[in-house]
Design a protein around this ligand. Structure first.
Ligand SMILES: [Zn+2]
Length: 284
């Protein structure tokens, strides 16, 4: 975490630097406003306007922008930095620090098969989470109860083997395309990190009813407040093409209060975008 803090501080320093020159500040503002008009040559270089711009990704930015014309250019840069433009499961990177609270796990970043967190604690009903996530979830649930909201945990930590059977079962019964929308492949599930939790408003309900969680006041409250406890909605509705799953209003991921709050305040909906801005950038 120390290293991450250092990275963020460096990035913040870079954000602050160009503000001294009026020209850079103006072009930064217009660059953000006219997101899809990247054909107009800016007065400053992209690297000056976008602190997370990487020269070596220039061609990929252009390609990805052409494929996603409505996506603001600063998000294009961030997503490409996080390899979102590569096909799902095409280039698999094993994460070097699987126990990092902010670890990025998706269809291209995987956990080692034998990774099991060493600080799992029981959170009731046979579910387990890593200690920090469990503590924050308990705090959040207590505060929600005080306000009259009720949430229940439907799933939390899962082993590589459990995920393997879940995915294999789905693929066998409904085909690979279906399984890939519904379940992460083993090693690619956030549930193996011990930092993800599936939440519902009622107990003992199935996935399809879980989708209705979106329409509850509990979900609305989480959207406004979960970041204060370090949780983010991991698979938002408007980015299904990017995360590659169905929309999952029930799946919440603990990333720590600092990152969750930054994402909330800066309108960063995806952990991939956060990584592309602050971790997989030239400052890392
Ligand atoms: Zn889940």
């Amino acid at each position: 975490m120390k290293r991450l803090t250092a990275v963020i501080l460096t990035v913040l320093a870079l954000f602050a630097a160009p503000a001294n020159t009026a020209g850079a500040a103006t072009s930064a503002a217009s660059g953000t406003a006219s997101s899809s008009t990247s054909t107009t040559a800016p007065s400053s270089t992209p690297a000056e306007t976008y602190p997370h711009y990487l020269e070596e990704n220039q061609t990929r930015y252009a390609t990805y922008q052409a494929q996603n014309p409505s996506l603001p250019y600063d998000k294009v840069i961030a997503f490409v930095n996080a390899n979102v433009d590569k096909g799902f499961y095409s280039i698999i990177t094993m994460v070097s620090e699987p126990a990092a609270i902010n670890v990025l796990i998706n269809k291209n970043f995987a956990l080692p098969r034998d990774y099991e967190p060493d600080d799992l604690v029981h959170i009731g009903s046979g579910f387990r989470l890593r200690a920090e996530a469990a503590e924050q979830l308990t705090k959040m649930k207590t505060d929600m109860n005080d306000l009259g909201y009720r949430i229940y945990v439907m799933s939390a930590y899962r082993t590589y083997q459990t995920q393997y059977y879940k995915y294999e079962n789905g693929a066998k019964n409904y085909g690979i395309a279906f399984a890939d929308r519904q379940y992460a492949r083993p090693g690619h599930s956030e549930h193996q990190t011990g930092l993800a939790v599936d939440i519902a408003q009622r107990t003992n309900i199935q996935t399809m009813s879980q989708a209705r969680f979106e329409n509850t006041s509990e979900f609305a409250w989480l959207n406004d407040n979960a970041h204060k406890y370090g949780f983010i909605l991991r698979y938002p509705k408007e980015y299904t093409d990017i995360h590659g799953f169905i929309y999952e209003p029930w799946h919440w991921r603990y990333v720590g209060v600092d990152i969750a709050t930054t994402m909330h305040n800066e309108g960063i909906a995806m952990l991939e975008e956060y990584y592309g801005r602050y971790i997989f950038s030239r400052n890392s």
